[in-house]
Design a protein around this ligand. Sequence first.
Ligand code: ADP
Ligand code: MG
Length: 140
Amino acid sequence: MAVERTLSIIKPDATTRNLTGKINAKFEDAGLRIVAQKRIQLTKAQAGEFYAVHKERPFYDELCEFMASAPVVVQVLEGEGAIAKNRDVMGATNPADAAAGTIRAEFAESVGENSVHGSDAPETAAEEIAYFFSGLELVG
Ligand code: ADP
Ligand code: MG
């Protein structure tokens, strides 16, 4: 399997509960390398642009409000099959369905406030990384 990069976001529910380090340990324990990382606070408009694919969904407004409600940590994870591996480490969107040991099973508060975002395919990973990071910030 090829070495890939994927975009991860540690969401406001997790940053406000001081879970950044515990979540990063999950990534590193799974063999994912954090090759770029920064803590930022999104505006609601920026969150809306990032999640534009969901704009027709009933939870879109709530999701954008939540993502702008406190700082997030945006990061690039690298490793063999990093996109699918990160989705495995994250667990299912709804923490009630997430497998034991996953980030969402251990830390998420609800289907909306679910601690992490992860890209779902190579094309979205490339777009999402470019939304937050310049090439100069990706040092491998
Ligand atoms: P994932 O983050 O697992 O890729 P989706 O892409 O389907 O999940 O949804 C994006 C985000 O929107 C979720 O992580 C979650 O924060 C929010 N969300 C998804 N479904 C719901 C829902 N039914 N109610 C509230 N928020 C939701
Ligand atoms: Mg998604």
